[in-house]
Design a protein around this ligand. Sequence first.
Ligand code: AP5
Length: 220
Amino acid sequence: MRLILIGPPGAGKGTQARLLGEQFRIPHISTGEMLREEVQAQTELGKKAQRLMSRGKLVPDAVMLDMIAVRLRLPDTAGGFLLDGFPRTVSQAVALDSLLEKSDRELDAIVAIIVEPEILVNRLSARRTCADCNTVYNLVVKPPGKMGVCDVCGGTNLIQRDDDKPATIRERLRVYEKQTAPLLSYYLPSGRLREIPGDDTVAAVQKNILAALPPANQMD
Ligand code: AP5
């Protein structure tokens, strides 16, 4: 299955992508994660990206396209993939279409998770991520069993993302509306766009996404 998850910051793309990736045994490709790895490694790309990300701005299309072209050439994508956070502009979507066409692949579904802005701000303000293994928590709906300790790896460094500060969240939402929301109109004519309400429990949203996938991609 080749799937794209679209949605505003905090819609639950990463949460759902991890679950679907495991279920379908396909790689979950998050461009945000890839960029944060570059930032952590303090590469030249990482340093430039960090300046934009911490202000809630998008990294230039050309940089993202190079990154995704390399990633989609790796053999683990042969059986499908799940893109989380890419494409994020119409020009990224056009470039992705042509990249896939060159390798005789096409998208099965584009899932857009829809959530109201007020909910997003609350969710993102309460998000914490384990700095050691990247497990994502939420202080309100999904806190770790023991406060400050990662359930998965036992790490004690649960951090708030740099771009999850209120002013940056507001800018990210503005950027989403202006630059990413037009993707819904771009994908509508394909007949493969599925709009799923994201204002429900994680399990309910997952169930609705699975039910909306094309029949050939349904789990038994
Ligand atoms: P990226 O990392 O992709 O951030 P984002 O799109 O803003 O999305 P988030 O990771 O904030 O949210 P999410 O929807 O994944 O929600 P999550 O599941 O974590 O990108 C970061 C930056 O990198 C961008 O701003 C940009 O600068 C740059 N970038 C990346 N890709 C780019 C591209 N293609 N082009 C240009 N620049 C790019 O959930 C959020 C919280 O809510 C968690 O605490 C979670 O536990 C909780 N939660 C999840 N689901 C539910 C639910 N159903 N109910 C209650 N709580 C829930």
